[in-house]
Design a protein around this ligand. Sequence first.
Ligand code: MEV
Length: 310
Amino acid sequence: MTTAHAPGKIILIGEHAVVYGQPAIAVPVWEVVATATITNLLKDSGCTLLAPDINLRLRLIDASDELPLALVTRLALTHLGLPANPDWQIKVHSQIPMAGGLGSGAALSAALVRAIGAHAGQPTPPALISELVFASERLYHGTPSGIDNATIAYEMPIWFVKGQPPVPFTPHNPLTIAIADSGIPAPTKATVSEVRRHWQATPDRYARLFAAIGQIALAARQAIEQGDVDELGRLFNHNQAHLAELGVSSAPLNTLIQVAKSAGALGAKLSGGGRGGNVIALVQASHTAPVTQALLAAGAKRVIVTTVRR
Ligand code: MEV
């Protein structure tokens, strides 16, 4: 039996603008993981895919490539030169809430690729995992930038520009981030295509907003590398103001953001596609409890506290 894991992810700065070529910063979240387990079956059983979380059980040979898990399994088997229908049971499970901006789909696919490589005794370097997961992300997202698969495959804080290899980088000090789930499902595909429609209608305005977010990402990288958390908090707030202008925030997210700041967070913003999903609040490590309590009292379904470190 072989088991492999992949973390969730949050975007610290730069969602949406990253789809249009601006830089963005994302980090893995190890407090919630996706897991894939492979068990050998009797000869000639073929490959069965099991995802009990979504009541899915099917034979790989019957599965359409429209199903991301089937597609990524086939891609991994092909890339690693393995039989197309091995006698395996592949079971996947995720602690990462779906449609919450934490990369649930990419993490499931990454755990799967990693498990297939490990079960076959073959290395799966991050670049290969990222490439294969990207193919499945297209089914979830339509026009993904590639930041989710890159963060989850490299398992490190990354500086990301679409079409370029991600650049892992090191925070000067650990960063403490409270991630609050609004409980409102928000498929990224929907917000990404809505932003695209608005951009097509008012290209100059949207191009200016994207460029401004790119500048915030540059300043944020500097603040993170210099350990200037006060500045990073201000940059979270600036980025949130631009995301609201893009039209991807919402009243429930604005409330959680406001509550986190009133409880002492250094800055707060939505993370991921927006509308629903998660907000992230940068906090001093000593100040985690009041911010978490305030977010829960304001209706957050759960709060995960993560520490971003080197
Ligand atoms: C989703 O996690 C981030 C978005 O920027 C979409 C993408 O980059 O593919 C909204």
